[in-house]
Design a protein around this ligand. Structure first.
Ligand SMILES: Nc1ncnc2c1ncn2[C@@H]1O[C@H](COP(=O)(O)OP(=O)(O)OP(=O)(O)O)[C@@H](O)[C@H]1O
Ligand SMILES: [Mg+2]
Length: 328
């Protein structure tokens, strides 16, 4: 369904050294996404986790063609969508099949659009002639599918609750029967009870419509509930990927271990693995030093001489570490 190869995004940053000093002309680059490979199968739900600033949103903005990559290929449904100019992508057939749900529904909904306008906007732009002729009926069907009372379709975003706005965002995303949804923290702006309802809605929709999900969340429990497989990202690179149960029960990378051990439990977690120190700078990072070096409890000289690549541990699980943990 989706195959991403060597996807890279560097953002130029103003050099600290003035131009007149030796080396002052070199532009520095922030390596937001650095040579990333990933594959998502039809109907598969994949979670993407990692600390703030590691490049998750940049990655999905690249995949959804909101950003031009520095390098790499994005194959969706057999078409290299990385080659479609950003301006043309919004009118392409692939755009209809690849939809996004954003973090804060208040930000992503147009304040001048009613719920009806928002939900039917993709149909008016990319829908079939038949759907365009029966917009009212399609909007009602979609509202029912996401649990939004159809009487609310004439309301503007400021007249809707957070949960209702989230439902409008989801209805818009599924309006064209997509094969893939990219969700960037879709429930983080909601309170816990509404969050649970929306997550169950997303899980049900996935079953009904057989959609693939690429799901970003800071909440590992949410990822655990919704995803078949997990990708762990650290400073622009994937450090571990594997089936959800494997990652939770036997995390192999020190960063994943720290992440999982930090999940709040009812009792204080006795096995919490602290990560000390500051993260390394994402600006012009050395290609030879592991990105976790300096914070990693296992780091030694070898980790400063050769950065580890993602290696298979078994048929399903890959890890980028010179000293991966082995299950006891
Ligand atoms: N348009 C931009 N121009 C320059 N730098 C950017 C831009 N967008 C993102 N960055 C940088 O790229 C890095 C990755 O940012 P990104 O927003 O992808 O992180 P994230 O993993 O989504 O974080 P969060 O979990 O906080 O949403 C950050 O260091 C950020 O400062
Ligand atoms: Mg983000």
């Amino acid at each position: 369904m989706l195959q991403v190869t060597n996807l890279t995004k560097f953002f130029p940053v103003a050099a600290k050294t003035p131009r007149w000093m030796p080396g002052g002309k070199q532009t520095q680059y922030l390596h937001a996404v650095d040579g990333l490979d990933l594959t998502i199968q039809p109907g598969e739900s994949v979670g993407l986790v990692g600390e703030s600033g590691c490049g998750k949103s940049t990655l999905i903005r690249l995949i959804s063609r909101l950003l031009e990559p520095t390098a790499g290929a994005i194959l969706f449904d057999g078409v290299d969508i990385g080659q479609i100019p950003v301006g043309d992508f919004s009118h392409s057939a692939q755009r209809a099949k690849l939809q996004m749900v954003f973090q804060d529904p208040s930000d992503s909904l147009n304040p001048r659009f009613t719920a009806f306008d928002t939900i039917t906007e993709p149909i008016r732009r990319l829908g079939s002639k038949q759907d365009q002729r029966r917009l009212q009926q399609r909007a009602t069907e979609l509202a029912q599918q996401v649990g939004l009372p159809p009487e609310l379709l004439s309301r503007f975003p400021h007249q809707l609750s957070g949960g209702q706005k989230a439902r409008v965002g989801i209805a818009r995303a599924i309006a064209l029967n997509p094969t893939m949804l990219i969700l960037d923290e879709p429930t983080s702006a909601l309170d816990v009870s509404v969050q649970a309802v929306i997550l169950h809605l997303l899980a049900d929709l996935r079953k009904q419509m057989n959609i693939s999900y690429l799901f970003i969340s800071h909440d590992l429990n949410v990822v655990r509930l919704l995803c078949d497989r997990i990708l762990v990202m650290y400073l622009g690179k994937l450090v571990e990927t594997g089936p959800t149960d494997d990652i939770f029960n036997h995390p192999r990378h020190p960063y994943t271990q720290a992440l999982i051990s930090a999940i709040p439990a009812f009792e204080a977690n006795p096995h919490r693995i602290p990560l000390t120190g500051e993260p390394r700078s994402p600006i012009n990072p050395s290609p030879n030093i592991c990105r976790l070096y300096g914070r990693c409890p296992k780091g030694d000289d070898g980790c400063q001489q050769a950065a580890p690549n993602l290696q298979p541990i078994n048929d399903y699980h890959q890890v980028a570490c010179h000293y991966p943990a082995y299950p006891q």
